[in-house]
Write a protein that binds this ligand. Structure first.
Ligand SMILES: Cc1cc2nc3c(=O)[nH]c(=O)nc-3n(C[C@H](O)[C@H](O)[C@H](O)COP(=O)(O)OP(=O)(O)OC[C@H]3O[C@@H](n4cnc5c(N)ncnc54)[C@H](O)[C@@H]3O)c2cc1C
Ligand code: FES
Length: 260
């Protein structure tokens, strides 16, 4: 883990109000699902840096980008920077999606798309297209759709039916299961808003699918010192300890490890 100031290269509009915040390297090798703590060097309006999954990275690490949706003061400050201004990055942090799943079914909601572009590129490099179910309320919320469609086999869904399957991305997964296109024993990787992840985890449990969730727990330090990011857990990985720090043992957990 390193903390370093990186110059902003550009903000690339991904539609729906979200941007790829692209910074100069060096960006260290980073596994899909790992994240960085970000803040601006100047004019940072809040006390703590904010966590973001690495969205994209040049193969040689010469640049990297983060998919940022403005929801509060920190994200707005990041999107308010000018090219050449400094963005402070700490990372890579956290535990990525498991590396040994050859053909996962990926399910993304909104900015939950972020970890899957790198994963899609890795899969394509090894000769296999990633299956990605990508949902939002409407077409505008599918920020980054063009990027990921160039790298993966994307099945889009919108709650209002304005693009792709009509319904939630969980409904889309249920539909694929009902049609036998996703079967018991397969593995789902999921990232998105909490209600969507709960629905996907419950669906997977009912149909015998393994399920890994990337949590967007609120974080303070991002590297294990404040205990501000704990979730209740169970299972052998935690050796009987009932809490886990999302920034260290997560953000990716197997669904059954999380205590509702
Ligand atoms: C591992 C990880 C990866 C992430 N990756 C991305 C990413 O790629 N792109 C992206 O846009 N965002 C991502 N996030 C979420 C992002 O870090 C938060 O939304 C961040 O708090 C925004 O900062 P802010 O100062 O703009 O808003 P804040 O002031 O922190 O929050 C604005 C509002 O949203 C609420 N809120 C914010 N985050 C949470 C939360 N996690 N749980 C409950 N309520 C919350 C706050 O209470 C407040 O009402 C990620 C989070 C984690 C933990
Ligand atoms: S955010 Fe501080 S311990 Fe996880």
């Amino acid at each position: 883990m390193l903390t370093r100031v990186h110059a902003l290269r550009r903000l690339r509009d991904l539609g729906g109000g979200s941007f790829a915040v692209e910074v100069d390297g060096p960006i260290p090798p980073t596994s899909p699902g790992q994240f960085y703590m970000l803040r601006t060097e100047q004019r940072w309006p809040v006390q703590l840096a904010r966590p973001f999954s690495l969205y994209d990275r040049a193969a040689d690490g010469a640049w990297g980008s983060f998919l940022v949706k403005p929801v509060g003061e920190g994200t707005r400050a990041l999107l308010d920077q000018q090219p050449g201004e400094g963005i402070v990055l700490t990372g890579p942090l956290g535990r990525p999606f498991p590396r040994d799943v050859a053909d996962p079914v990926c399910v993304a909601g909104g900015v939950g798309l972020a970890p899957f572009l790198l994963l899609a590129r890795e899969h394509r490099a090894s000769g296999r297209d990633l299956r990605l179910l990508f949902g939002a309320r409407s077409r505008a919320g599918l920020s980054g759709l063009e990027d990921v469609s160039a790298a993966a086999r994307v099945l889009p869904s919108t709650d209002d039916g304005s693009f792709g399957f009509r319904g939630t991305v969980g409904d889309l997964l249920a539909d694929l299961i009902a049609r036998g296109e996703v079967r018991a024993g397969e593995t789902v990787f999921c990232c998105g808003p909490d209600p969507m992840m709960h629905a996907v985890a419950a669906l997977c449990a009912r149909h015998g699918l393994r399920c890994f969730l990337s949590l967007e727990t609120y974080m303070a330090c991002g590297y294990g010192v404040c205990n501000g990011c704990t979730v209740k857990v169970q299972g052998p990985r935690f050796a009987g300890w009932p809490y886990s720090r999302t920034c260290m043992e997560g953000p990716v957990y197997e669904a059954g490890e999380l205590v509702p």
